[in-house]
Design a protein around this ligand. Structure first.
Ligand code: ZN
Length: 240
């Protein structure tokens, strides 16, 4: 089975379409939350994900758009976008988001947005948190997002191996517990503005990371036209 794993799409329909076009035919689409927030097209992204039958989990920006207390931890730009999203989305989008669980187990994979022990808040962005996250997994592998940086953390016994995942990086999955982050479709933050995702091949027991160039200009224009904070448009050009 070939699975496209997408995270942090953030209401960026142009980036999502580019990724779905690039990946071609897959057996499933899984998402790791933060479907909405920051970007200009929450309804379009949810409709497209529903169309391809994507299954996944709730992110902190999705929770904020549903009126959750997560908005209290946001910086001013994220908060303004969350309020705009909350006031903009249709009832159908709201219902689709509201049905998402905080975690999902599919075979040997656990899907969460942030970390296995704190799906809505914790960032797996240090070795200490990675070690604790690997220890708290109840399946062999974990898929997570939230940091918008493509990476893998591998439990190597005495240490944690870190794989800086670039376009074309492949990792063979073995008996070692491993956390996999596809990076962000709609708002990359590793200095590469191209949309990021990964493909899981369950026949070959391997994952491969990909980057896809897309036209950021219409997304930037839509962000400005919606009255969202201009910095949310600017950052798409630099992937930061
Ligand atoms: Zn996010």
């Amino acid at each position: 089975m070939r699975v496209a794993v997408l995270s942090d799409i953030h209401s960026n329909l142009v980036a999502l379409q580019a990724v779905l076009g690039h990946v071609g035919s897959v057996d499933a689409v899984w998402h790791l939350g933060d479907i909405v927030g920051y970007g200009p097209d929450p309804d379009g992204v949810v409709a497209r994900l529903a169309e391809v039958g994507a299954v996944g989990v709730l992110g902190n920006h999705d929770a904020a758009a549903l009126g959750g207390p997560e908005i209290e931890w946001f910086n001013p730009d994220a908060r303004a976008a969350a309020e705009w999203t909350r006031d903009t989305i249709t009832a159908a989008t709201r219902t689709w988001l509201d049905d998402l669980p905080l975690r999902r187990e599919i075979g040997p994979m656990t899907l969460v947005h942030g970390s296995p022990r704190d799906p809505l808040r914790e960032y797996v962005s240090s070795l200490g948190v990675a070690r604790a996250s690997l220890a708290s997994l109840t399946t062999r592998y974990g898929l997570h997002g939230h940091t918008h940086v493509p990476v893998a953390f591998v439990d190597a016994g005495d240490s944690v191996g870190v794989l800086d995942a670039r376009d074309g990086t492949t990792l063979a999955l073995d008996e070692r517990t491993t956390l996999l982050n596809p990076g962000s479709v709609g708002q990359p933050r590793d200095g590469d503005p191209r949309a990021a995702y990964l493909v899981l091949d369950t026949d070959d027991d391997a994952v491969t990371w990909h980057r896809v160039r897309y036209d950021v200009a219409p997304v930037q224009a839509a962000i400005r036209a919606a009255g969202l904070p201009p910095r949310l448009a600017d950052r798409l050009a630099v992937g930061a």
